[in-house]
Write a protein that binds this ligand. Structure first.
Ligand SMILES: [Zn+2]
Length: 101
């Protein structure tokens, strides 16, 4: 069941789920006895279960239940690393631009 955005003049925006065939133009506000008017929103064009949806779900989950890390990740050593080269902690090339302690 899709969710629709409504806006109460006193409390602001809130979402409600309705069947697509029975979407009202007004919905009761959950925070006050007022009524919220339906706001037009863009449709969700991402497929359920896709990588984007999994990433969004994982991001929202870690916002409420962050993973606890007891130690920094172990550095990975490679045979090509010279004696003056720091061991690679990450393989993401964008991380090479970050300042090092
Ligand atoms: Zn309200």
């Amino acid at each position: 069941m899709p969710t629709y955005l409504f806006r109460c003049p006193r409390c602001g925006a809130f979402e409600r789920a309705y069947p697509m065939a029975d979407v009202p133009a007004r919905a009761p506000c959950p925070a006050c006895p007022g009524v919220g008017l339906r706001r037009p929103t863009s449709p969700a064009l991402i497929a359920p279960g896709s990588a984007v949806v999994r990433l969004i779900d994982a991001t929202e989950r870690t916002a409420h239940e962050p993973d606890v890390v007891g130690a920094p990740p172990r550095p990975t050593t490679t045979a090509a690393a010279g004696p003056h080269r720091r061991p690679a902690i990450t393989r993401n090339p964008l991380h090479h631009k970050l300042p090092r302690p």
